[in-house]
Each structure stands twice: as C-alpha cells, then as structure tokens.
Design a binder for this molecule. Sequence first.
Ligand code: G6P
Length: 363
Amino acid sequence: QAAQKGGFKHFMLKEIMEQPQVIQDGIAGRIDDATQEVVLDEIADLPIPGRLHIIACGTSFHAGLWAKYLIEEWARIPVQVEVASEFRYRQQVFQEGDLALAISQSGETADTLAGMRIARENNLPIVGLCNVVGSSVARESDGTMYTQAGPEISVASTKAMCSQMVALLLLAIAWGRKKGTLSAEAAQQLTGQLQRLPHTLSTELERMRHAAQRLATQFSKARSFFFLGRGLGSPLALEGALKLKEISYIHAEGYAAGEMKHGPIALIDSEFPTFALAPQDSLLPKVGSNLQEVQARGGKIIALTHPGTDIPSDERWEVPQMGSALDSFLFLPALQLFAYEMAVYLGKDVDQPRNLAKSVTVE
Ligand code: G6P
C-alpha cells in the first residue's frame, strides 16, 4: 500500500496532488489541435438536449450543480440537477427533447442507476459520465464520457470531481458551439485557458498545502463551519462543507451566500467560523456584503480569494486568478486540502472515514 501511495501519507493527499495530471488526461484528445474546437466523439451521435436532467449523488451531484451554470450560460439549455434518490421517486414531467446525464465516479451507485432506469423508461437518451470503464453506468448509457481520473482509492472523493468538472466544461462548450450560442473566439479562449491550467495548478498545489496546514492549526478547535459562495462558488461551498464533515467529523454547512440572512446567520458567533469563496468576479461585491454581515456578528472569516480583492476577512488565502469557470479548478483543491489538513491535525483516519463507503451499491 505504501508503494501505491507514491510516497504520500494518504491516498486522499496523493489524489488531490494528482489533479494537474487528471486535467491533462481529461482534455487529451478532446481539443482539436488545429481549430481548438472541442471534439467529443463519444456523444457525437446523441441529440443536443432541449432540456437536461442531471442525476447524481454526493460529490458527483456537486459537480452537476456546478455544470448547470456553464451549460445554461454557454449552451442556453435549461438544466435540472437532482440527487438521484429524489429523482427516482418524483413524479417527473418529461418532454420531447429531454436528455438525462448521469454522473458517477464508480458507475455503480444504486440510486443513480435507478434514476437512469426511470429516464430509460421515459425514452430519454442517456449520457453517462463516469470514471470506471465498463461500469453499470457506462453499460446503461447511450453514450459514455469517461473522466480518465485513474483509480480513486480514498473514500472522500477529490480528483474525481475535478475530472468530472473538466468533462462537463468541455460538454458545455461543445453544446454551446453546436447550438451557436457560444462563439468560436470564446470557446478558443476557454480551451486555451484549460490547456494552461495543469501547469498553473502544479506550481500552486504545494503552496496551497502549506496554507491549508497553517489554517488547520488555527481553526482545529471549531465545532462548526459555514462554507459560503455565490455562482460557481455555491456548489463548491457545498463540496467544501461535505469534505470537511466526511473526514474531520466537524459539523459544516454549505450555503449560497445570499441565503445566509434567511436563517443560518442566527448561528454565527465568534466560535462559528465561515470559509468564504470570494473569487474576483462580478459577484464579489455581493459576497463582500454577506461577509460584512458575518463579521458584524463576531464570526471569523477565512476568505479564499484572488490578489487585489477588497473583502472582509480574518485570514486571506490567495490563489492565482485563472478567469471565469477556470478559477474553480484552484478553489476546489484548496477546499480539499483544508479538509484534509484539518482531519490530519485532528488525528482522523483520512482514507477510511467512519460510516462511509466508497461506493453505495444498495439503496
Ligand atoms: C459515496 C462516496 C462519495 C461519492 C458518492 C457518489 O457516498 O462516499 O464520495 O461522491 O458515493 O458516488 P459515485 O461513484 O456515484 O460518484
């Protein structure tokens, strides 16, 4: 096992650090060298959806929530994202042109497979996005996009989400280009940024780890945490909270920052810190005013942000700005590393957290 961990103390850390390679592998063969256009042969025969239903669980569900923003913005396709355990039992209203997209690292999650069967019974074409070749999700899809992340051993999923986000970003670009809602120039800019991402991330990860270690020693006594974000930062906040509770057993809630004032803010005091996602984008002033409200109630703030932003915080954690959707690929490992270092500091069994299974194959 020590050899498999490649010199890292835990599989989780190894898998977090593999993300530059995961991005590289996820785009390999999917961007045309000459035209810079996205090419997804796996789903070339499937129709462009009129409406998309994303079905997934856990971390894969968060990747789906994240993708909704991109697919709606670039391809102008309405997207519904739902946890599979609800999707499968709801009285769905399907219509002509609907397509289902199942996201699953393992390809064996029982609820996700059941959701796919509902889609199948209703004659929806199904795209599967999964990591394990030949898995049930792959076999039961009309077209399968593999995420090419390699085996993920740690129960808490990390690199799988990164690989799903790469594939979903490519899918959003591909559909946007086919529909004509995304210009060739905008697509080229995105694919160019994506190609530069592995290099940037690999030069940053070690620094990010040190930042996470420092914050973990400072915040390890907290019994509860909020994770807040807006836009693409909102699903990432959910994922940051999930990672922290999964492996450190610290209570954490992820919220769309604008929802705080509708209840959760009642919990804020000096013992209840907030981890804020505050990228330099059009929503930054809104996140900033949410954080002022937190600070006014004595809440401590860790702000994951870009250089030059002006926002309330007790601890600033700066990462380089990549631009729009690409920023998520630096924010995600920061959240993962924070959870990881908190769990290590607290002496938890990082790779085998209590009560959790890597793949939930029963309902
Ligand atoms: C389990 C794992 C999670 C994972 C979820 C969905 O709960 O512990 O890490 O996100 O299943 O798994 P899937 O393989 O369908 O992505």
